[in-house]
Design a protein around this ligand. Structure first.
Ligand code: ADP
Ligand code: MG
Length: 685
């Protein structure tokens, strides 16, 4: 079998499973082999209920004492049962799994695996996994992969498919020549594939991970280096003069711009009126007020008779920008003629928008990256702003230049990037830093708690809602079963509805929902028709609902601190006191200590740094520092050393063979040209 073959070549995978795998973007064996585990689990032998530690995930061999009891609370079915071994008793609870009432027999023994929790003097497990003896024994051998799943595919199903593929399929050629592999002490290609899926030891797993991180970084940097010429100074085709509009707007705003905002604006203003094309990054923590700075730039642009565009990574954010700009236009009589452009718009609406843009009737385009970059013909596009996405800067000007002459480019980001990396990523990009929050903000109050605190937190949320405020609850998973033992958005919303007073409106939001549905929910939240929004990190980027005051994050231990800090930035954006509740699913002292860093600092960059310092290599899995700058394996913070090696290596390679034309680099060139399709955002570069 070859790696390009379809996965239906594997035993046990027919059309039906293939369709499910397709949902995970797995079509070929190569896709499957590159579908790396999301994290790993070590299964220890079952322990006794009496000696198990509360707060930890463990496996208990328990006998059911009585028949399971079933009850219903507002649409949620709850199945409870008491079970015990010879050292103690544990209560088991299952949500929305009523069928277990018939499969679990009173008087029989089963293995139950979940986090053991404690309330008062009772111990309990929620939604434990149930295993048979032999099945469990096999799991205790080696480190077990856990893949991200979708409904209809089990972890075991993926494990079986990957095992087969590794046995039967000819792996793609190693993209790295041997001397490079040896120089940087990297694992062999084949070995790395085996160890990333089915690690024998922790060390081998770390080795495999480093290897793939290196490949990703190397490809990324080669690509950047190749497009470097495109980002070198280009003469401006769209010189602008300062018009009265911007100064007038600043006078009329209900607030004064902070000094940092004024500084960034001044730099942008000079770029736009200068001789060269602007190529600037505005870096500012969440809530530092980047939008209004962008607005001033776009205002200068349209006042000069040109078109401007602002791109956002999500539809929700694009729409929010559109609403903001429309409101400004109306309230302050600005010369914007804005148009919205997103993927979920109807074909006819899109055609209308395209026509208005091409004719110049619309002078400001707000939308999602993909839509603006691919389909639109502008008539005199002079300024492009990308919000919350720092990987677009480099290639973008080139892409957009193909549509006409190279416009000015401004990239805005809240993710703290180390300076050295910024230089690698952006080349000659200039940086403005907004290092000051608007003065009217009350500092957010934080707490780091265990799951036992939930009921208190719910009371607090109910009280805030009663006062007219709103709340976010963030869970790491979208749907049940996607990852064992973690809270998921859909079930959690049900549970929360049952726990809060009936008049509190709870809704959920996640990235797998259809875009139109997501917009509907986000707009309902912004319009205060929803009080509590249970969401994945899709709300991380840029959303602005100043009335929201509570951010509760479940399984906070699963997020990088930098990401938690971004989430925290969603609240405390208005005049009300903001509260952040980080709920850790594990109360190990080191984890709680790490989360406490968030209490002590409000500086995103410092937070990311300290997080890394505190964590050991064993904890590098399943925790992401930044949702935005994400590779499949590599993490720019955690793998900073590999990144440095990859930069050095890329420069050596290009010195030796700038076109990657020699036989030595043939495999690397192939890999490179495939665009390393497993890199999440890579294609957009
Ligand atoms: P971000 O930098 O995260 O994109 P936003 O631009 O969304 O932040 O701004 C957050 C909030 O702060 C908005 O409600 C905005 O109106 C407000 N804001 C921006 N600048 C100021 C300022 N100088 N003084 C007071 N409020 C401001
Ligand atoms: Mg923003």
């Amino acid at each position: 079998m070859k790696s390009e073959d379809k996965i239906t070549e594997l035993k046990g995978i027919g059309e039906k499973s293939a369709n499910l795998f397709h949902k995970l973007n797995i079509d070929t064996l190569d896709d499957l082999l590159h579908y790396f585990p999301r994290d790993y689990e070590t299964f220890l032998p079952p322990v006794k209920a009496g000696s198990a530690k509360a707060g930890e995930v463990c496996t208990l061999r328990l006998k059911l004492r009585e028949a399971p009891a079933l009850r219903r609370v507002r649409g949620l079915t709850i199945l409870t049962m008491r079970a015990q071994d010879d050292t103690g008793c544990v209560n088991l609870t299952f949500f929305n799994m009523p069928y277990l009432k018939n499969t679990l027999k009173s008087g029989s023994c089963y293995l139950f695996r979940a986090q053991l929790q404690e309330r008062g003097n009772g111990r309990y497990m929620e939604q434990p996994r149930i295993y048979k003896e032999e099945e469990y024994r096999l799991l205790t051998e080696g480190i077990q992969p856990r893949y991200a799943l979708t409904k209809g595919i089990t972890n075991q199903g993926i494990v079986r498919a990957v095992r087969q593929a590794l046995q039967l399929c000819v792996l793609p050629e190693d993209p790295l020549p041997e001397d490079i592999r040896i120089r940087y002490g990297l694992a062999g290609y084949r070995e790395a594939f085996f160890q990333i899926h089915f690690p024998e030891t922790q060390e081998k797993l770390i080795g495999a991970r480093k290897r793939f991180a290196f490949d990703e970084f190397l490809t990324f940097i080669l690509l950047l280096r190749r497009s470097r010429e495109a980002s070198e100074s280009v003469r401006s085709h769209f010189p602008m003069i300062e018009t009265a509009d911007t100064a007038r707007l600043m006078e009329k705003l209900p607030y004064r711009l902070t000094n940092a905002q004024l500084r960034a604006w001044e730099e942008i203003r000079q770029d736009l009126s200068g001789e060269n094309c602007m190529n600037r990054l505005v870096q500012g923590d969440v809530g530092s007020g980047k939008t209004v700075v962008a607005l001033l730039g776009l205002l200068m642009c349209v006042s000069n008779g040109y078109q401007g565009a602002m791109m956002a990574p999500t539809e929700v954010l694009a729409r929010q920008h559109y609403d903001t700009f429309c409101a400004f236009t109306e309230q302050y009589g600005l010369p914007f003629r804005p148009v919205l452009l997103t993927g979920s718009m109807k074909a006819q609406e899109k055609r209308d928008a395209y026509a208005r843009i091409a004719s110049g009737e619309a002078n400001l385009v707000l939308g999602t990256h993909a839509v603006i970059q691919e389909k639109v013909k502008f008539c005199r596009l002079a300024l492009v702003i990308t919000d919350e996405q720092h990987r677009f800067g480099v290639r973008q000007r080139q892409n957009l230049a193909e549509k006409g002459e190279a416009p000015h480019v401004l990239v805005m980001s809240a993710t703290p990037i180390p300076r050295t990396l910024a230089i690698i990523l952006y080349g000659d990009l200039h940086v403005s830093v907004i290092d000051e929050l608007p003065g009217d903000r009350l500092p957010i109050k934080n707490c780091v708690v265990g799951t036992a605190y939930r009921s208190t937190a719910y009371k607090f949320i109910a009280a805030q809602v009663k006062e007219g405020r709103q709340a976010y609850v963030v869970c790491p998973m979208v749907e049940e079963g996607e990852m064992e033992g973690l809270e998921n958005v859909t079930d959690y919303a049900d549970k929360l509805r049952a726990a809060l007073p009936p008049d509190v409106q709870v809704a959920h939001l996640h990235g797998k929902m259809r875009p139109a549905e997501k917009n509907r929910v986000m707009e309902a939240f912004a319009a205060k028709n929803i009080d509590v929004l249970v969401s994945t990190t899709v709300i991380e980027v840029g959303i602005n609902v100043p009335n929201a005051t509570v951010m509760m994050v479940e399984n906070a231990e699963r997020f990088g601190l930098a990401q938690l800090h971004q989430l925290r930035g969603r609240i405390g954006r208005g005049a009300y006191q903001g509260y952040c509740i980080f709920v850790s699913g594990m109360e190990r002292p080191d984890i709680m200590e790490r989360l406490q860093i968030l209490n002590r600092s409000n500086d995103g960059f410092r937070i990311a740094d300290e997080d890394l310092r505190l964590r050991g290599p064993g904890e590098l899995f399943g925790v992401r520092q930044s949702g935005a700058l994400s590779f499949q394996v590599g993490d720019i913070y955690q793998d900073a050393d590999m990144l440095k090696c990859a930069v050095e290596c890329a420069d050596d390679i290009l010195k030796e063979d700038s076109g990657l034309e020699s036989e030595k680099y043939r495999a690397l060139r192939n890999y490179f040209e495939k665009g390393a399709r497993n890199m999440v955002d890579f294609r957009n570069l």
